[in-house]
Design a protein around this ligand. Structure first.
Ligand code: URA
Length: 441
């Protein structure tokens, strides 16, 4: 089978059959076709789309392009959680310890920051000594012993996605529903979980900016899960502003610890409880959302959630004392408090621009080879709908230099719009999608 024939078929709007998809994925996994042919096919898919059947075929072929983890040695239902990516979205570091503290094993493979969005692995590595590159055997043993491990995915997991994602990143083909759905679901299916909770973000900081696009993506991934016989619940949550108040790697670890210590309430905690409750229900640990929420709240208030995080950090070589003293996390060269400077209501945020501001400060990578500075970023205490005055804090910058702080201040000011009249607060979640249908908030 020739790649050029497959490209031509998709260019003309045809539906690729199993053999054609297999040939494409095989070429991506083994680098047997030139990048320009793979990229041409990606663009044809981006422009002409895929049928649900084609998207499922692509996902399954990508899942089996490498190893599929076997977690059967871990007793119980292993439920994974995955976010489509956001800013200040450190829900994994809150929800994974809480769910584990409720007796449900969490064997999670996470990713690194991508573009304007942060990544759990980069955040965890801001803890001194923390390792996220455990061998599969040690990963499984840790979950057997303490009920939780969060690591990076091994190189042999969904290798076709690795090649295709890198090409999409530089060929303007990231924003394609079938390509996003197959990329995420192939990795989730290969990581061996029994059930999956997806946090599909929507709004100015999400990969899908419109609610309808996000719901369509959620439905596509739930459908793939059903065809692969994996229960999947997708929760569509708001990303029209950062989820937590902290943006940056060490700052987001601090935010998660503050939530687990019971010091911080608000959107990060609420979305974590929502996602966690769907995880407990998929694991058959709770029958209803109310029951699940009560279990998670008890794990939070008793300190057992924080204790799980402490155990996980210690087991992976990190300094567990950060759970009691967040001052042990990396500290920036300088801090600057920026005041709002005028009155009004916070009306709108360009959350992608906020994520890019953190990335430019050194919290993310501009190139693959860039080294992240874990100490930098910002705290943004204002939220859409807040009424603010001139002396209120707009943000607190954690920067490497005066010049970085100056550019970040300008970028953050430009990303936030104010109004003279009251503004409604956006909901935290919009829809829950399962194979049985959709509930809208
Ligand atoms: N995250 C992924 O893993 N893949 C995508 O395509 C988008 C977000």
């Amino acid at each position: 089978m020739h790649m050029i024939d497959i490209i031509t078929k998709k260019k003309l709007g045809g539906e690729l059959n199993e053999q054609e998809i297999e040939a494409f994925v095989d070429a991506a996994a083994h680098n047997t076709a030139p990048d320009y042919q793979l990229a041409a096919l990606l663009m044809a898919i981006r422009l002409n789309g895929m049928t649900p059947e084609e998207t499922t075929r692509l996902t399954l072929a990508m899942t089996h392009s490498g190893d599929v983890a076997d977690l059967s040695a871990i007793p119980g239902v292993k439920v994974d959680k995955h976010s489509t990516g956001g800013v200040g979205d450190t829900a994994t570091l809150v929800v994974a310890p809480l769910v584990a503290a409720c007796g449900v094993p969490v064997a999670k493979m996470s990713g690194r920051g991508l573009g304007h969005t942060g990544g759990t692995l980069d955040k965890l590595e801001s803890i001194s000594g923390m390792r996220v590159d455990l061998e599969e055997e040690r990963f499984i043993r840790q979950v057997q012993e303490i009920g939780i491990a969060v690591i990076g995915q091994t190189g042999s997991l969904a290798p076709a996605d690795k090649t295709l994602y890198a090409l999409r990143d530089v060929t303007s083909t990231v924003d394609s529903l079938p390509l996003i759905a197959s990329s995420i679901m192939s990795k989730k299916l290969a990581s061996g979980a029994d059930a999956i909770v997806l946090d599909v973000k929507t709004g100015s900081g999400a990969i899908m900016h419109t609610l309808e696009g996000s719901i369509e993506l959620a439905q596509a991934m739930v459908r793939i899960g059903a065809l692969a016989h994996k229960p999947v619940t997708a929760v569509v949550t708001g990303m029209e502003q950062p989820l937590g108040t902290h943006v940056g790697n060490a700052l987001e670890v601090k935010d998660a610890i503050d939530v687990l210590r019971g010091r911080t309430k608000g959107a990060l905690l609420e979305v974590s409880l929502l996602l966690g409750s769907h995880m407990l229900m998929l694991a058959n640990r709770a029958a209803t959302q109310e029951e699940a929420r009560a279990l998670l709240t008890e794990a939070l208030e008793s300190g057992r959630g924080l204790e799980k995080l402490r155990q996980m950090i210690a087991a992976q070589g990190g300094d567990p004392r950060v759970c009691d003293d967040v001052g042990l996390l990396p500290q920036p060269a300088l801090r600057r408090t920026v005041r709002v400077g005028h009155g009004g209501y916070v009306a709108e945020m360009d959350t992608t621009a906020l994520g890019l501001a953190a990335q430019a400060m050194g919290a993310g990578r501009m190139k693959k080879t860039d080294v992240i500075d874990p100490s930098v970023g910002f705290v943004l205490p204002v939220r859409i709908g807040d009424r603010v005055g001139p002396e209120d804090t707009l943000c607190e910058l954690y920067a490497r230099s005066e010049a970085d702080a100056e550019s970040a201040e300008q970028a953050i000011r430009a990303a936030i719009r104010f109004s003279d009249t009251p503004v409604e607060r956006p909901p935290l979640w919009y829809a829950v999608v399962t194979k049985d249908g959709m509930i809208r908030n």
